[in-house]
Design a protein around this ligand. Sequence first.
Ligand code: NDP
Length: 332
Amino acid sequence: NRVWYLAARPSGFPSESDFELREEAVPQPGPGEVLVRNDVMSVDPAMRGRMNDVPSYMPPWQIGAPLDGGAVGTVVASDSPDVKVGDSVLHGLGWREYVVLDAARVRVVDTAAAPASAYLGVLGMPGLTAYAGLLDVARMRPDETVFVSGAAGAVGSLAGQIARLRGARVVIGSAGSPEKVRYLTEELGFDAAFNYRDGDIRGQLKRLAPDGIDVYFDNVGGEQLEAALFRMNLHGRIAVCGMISQYNTPDATGIRNLTLLISKRLTMQGFLVLDHWSRREAFQEEMTGWLREGRVTVAETFVDGIDKAVEAFQGLLRGANLGKMVVRLSDA
Ligand code: NDP
């Protein structure tokens, strides 16, 4: 049973030596517990935050302790009446091949209805983040113009598609390569997209949104947030989901021109998906319907093998993923 541990805390971009892969015995379940073989695990930008020793909404990972994060696996032994051998379960102890959990800490998912990876992406935490951020936090209304940064990622690709399905007039996205930009307009139905690495972000956004932006779904912060402030319409709303451009630059100076919030009467609100759990059922029902009707395109990037998990995480932070980055641990 291979398990990833935190070996050191990075100050900038995380390196391979900050992690250690250890070989351990497969644990055995006690009363009320299940043994799960992990089939897929998630790597998330928020895990970069958990490498820092600062208090946050999720406890920091500890040096010398195993990592954790979302995963879906198959129950291979069970000492609980509630969960059967063969069930697929979603839980929070990824970064390892086998894990024993209290049966109350797993949720059985239907892998006949959707593949295991969907519960880490389109039907899981990133999907709910996109849904709640766009509809509840930014309160997007039909006929509005929406800008989504990080639009080719897990959350962004869904935020843009939900905006379109919920009647946005124009949906604009940004991403970090020409292939991703093409993917947004040709496959995901964005009306327009630009590559932020081409520079002149303010100019590019102005050309694509000549009539301004009503809703900005921010995944990246920094320069793109500043450019969006200049383009926002009066009474526009900014849902601050993430600021990935700042995560590996501890001394980032932050953004300028916040006075635009005042003159334009903007609302800018940070949010955490964990405060929106009550929306899970509504979200899953609507998203399941869209998937069934073929109206949502699921983007996923797979990396194979537990030994490649750190590479997958580093790749995520560099933009190697299209859609949800998933590490596949078994062929199940
Ligand atoms: P993604 O699938 O979007 O992967 C991260 C992407 O970030 C990369 O693919 C890369 O794409 C982009 N990126 C990396 N560095 C930069 C940079 N300097 N500037 C702009 N883009 C960059 O991850 P998620 O969908 O899981 O997360 C997206 C955002 O949402 C993150 O900020 C995350 O922290 C946040 N989040 C917040 C939640 C909440 O509850 N508030 C819950 C889940 C996620 P590219 O090639 O385009 O650069």
